[in-house]
Design a protein. Structure first.
Length: 83
């Protein structure tokens, strides 16, 4: 009887240890996945923001160049007409 009780206790202890290890592994995996997802989202957001800023800068430059060219053309035409 004592041997059976000891065997049952050993099995219970081993099961508890295995359960704890499994829980720890699952928690670690979940934490790693969450961290990776957060990092990926942050990187994507940063890239999108940078792209938007670059596009806006390019558009502003193009608009400024077009406006300058149009204004210069109008000035040249006006001068030619006056002469």
């Amino acid at each position: 009887i004592v041997t059976v009780v000891i065997a049952i206790m050993v099995v219970v202890v081993v099961n508890i240890i295995i359960a704890v290890i499994v829980v720890v592994v699952v928690v670690v995996v979940v934490v790693v996945v969450v961290v990776v997802v957060v990092v990926v989202v942050v990187v994507v957001v940063v890239l999108v923001v940078v792209e938007v800023v670059v596009v806006v800068e390019v558009v502003v430059v193009v608009v400024v160049v077009v406006v300058v060219v149009v204004v210069e053309e109008r000035r040249r035409r006006r001068r030619k007409r006056r002469r």
